[in-house]
Design a protein around this ligand. Structure first.
Ligand code: ACO
Length: 331
């Protein structure tokens, strides 16, 4: 009997702006300190996209690198999903702009918005598309330029985020490799905890909206923190149970890079030592949907992912949303 086909990641790539903004740079323009930011979050610096760069530019760069690493060409791609909360424009989808930029002329293309959980949402949806045989080469991209949606006078939010993109190429692979399980969730009653209130149909942009900066990120940080500390561990355990894998078999845990204290709490819940947890938030801050694919790329590039390793990716974000996938690394 032929073995079951799953969706496996066979190439990863990144698009990361060069400009670095350190905590010390922020100290010079805000009432904050490197010490406060590092102790509360773990973040030391973040990348900021220059004004002429849009989300699709970073996404296309990540996509091309992921395709090269997968040994695939753009015309082999049949589906592009871009997880983003900061599209180039309200419409068309950033995924269509990426499709044109990389010349993936045979690909369908759409965006998915689950904010910081976006990559995990897209990965799990894309895995179904590949497993059913409907698509054979899917580009899953997480890309955000949060720096354009921040109120740079609000120290409680602007120090947390950074810009970037990461991409993964998904193709059919034979068992036991590939995406083994996924769990996604949402609680829309938590929408007010973390949002960009204006700029959509509820509150279109007006001079008043701009003056009050309601087109920027609003966050009730402490409440988001409480939610995140619980959900990251819980959803990871649910996804592991669905895959039939005990937590002690996890080779590498790759959480959304928002806050080191949230990551440590999740690792504790799984009883995982920090050596098996990937952390790069000190260099990038929270890059929203890009944080997990950037981490995947750096883990792979740094030799921390080997074929057969059990990997858990887990995210949480505005919505509220959350999700985790368990993978057996396929390349
Ligand atoms: N520098 C110095 N002081 C600050 C700063 C800053 N950058 N920001 C806030 N403070 C002050 C506050 O004003 C407050 O002062 P007060 O006590 O005089 O009022 C004090 O520091 C403590 O503020 P808290 O908000 O209670 O600090 P807390 O320990 O909760 O840490 C933080 C704040 C880091 C934001 C934390 O709540 C957190 O990480 N929350 C989760 C945020 C998150 O992960 N968001 C991303 C979600 S993903 C997505 O979808 C976008």
């Amino acid at each position: 009997m032929p073995s079951k086909m799953r969706a496996g990641i066979v190439g990863v790539g990144v698009g990361i702006p060069e400009q670095v903004l350190t905590n010390h740079d922020l100290e010079r323009r805000l009432d904050t300190s490197d010490e406060w930011i590092v102790t509360r979050t773990g973040i030391r610096e973040r990348r900021i996209a220059p004004p002429h760069v849009a989300t699709s530019d970073l996404a296309a760069q990540a996509a091309m690198q992921a395709l090269r690493n997968a040994g695939k060409t753009p015309d082999e791609v049949d589906l592009i999903m871009v997880a983003t909360a900061t599209p180039d424009m309200p419409w068309p989808a950033t995924a269509c702009l990426v499709q044109a930029k990389i010349g993936a002329s045979h690909a369908a293309a759409f965006d998915l918005n689950a904010v910081c959980s976006g990559f995990v949402y897209a990965l799990w949806v894309a895995a179904q598309a590949v497993e059913t045989g409907a698509y054979r080469c899917v580009l899953v991209i997480g890309a955000d330029i949060l720096s354009r949606q921040l109120n740079w006078e609000d120290r409680s939010t602007c120090v947390l985020f950074g810009d970037g993109a990461g991409a993964a190429v998904l193709v059919p692979v034979e068992e036991p490799y590939g995406v083994l399980s996924g769990v996604l969730g949402a609680d829309g009653t938590g929408a007010p905890l973390l949002q960009v209130p204006a700029g959509g149909t509820r509150e279109p942009i007006t001079p008043e909206v701009l003056a009050q900066k309601r087109h920027t990120v609003y966050m009730r940080g402490r409440e988001v923190f409480k939610f995140a500390v619980t959900i990251m561990g819980e959803v990871s355990l649910q996804a592991l149970e669905k895959a039939g894998i005990p937590p002690e078999e996890v080779s590498l845990f790759i959480p959304h890079q928002a806050n080191i204290r949230i990551i440590q709490a999740a690792a504790e819940r799984l009883n995982l030592p920090m050596e098996r947890v990937f952390v790069n938030l000190e260099r990038y801050g929270n890059t929203s949907a890009a944080s997990i694919p950037i981490a995947l790329y750096e883990a792979w590039e740094g030799g921390r992912l080997r074929k057969g390793d059990v990997v858990v990716v887990v995210g949480f974000g505005a919505g509220l949303t959350w999700g985790a996938c368990v993978l057996r690394w396929a390349y």
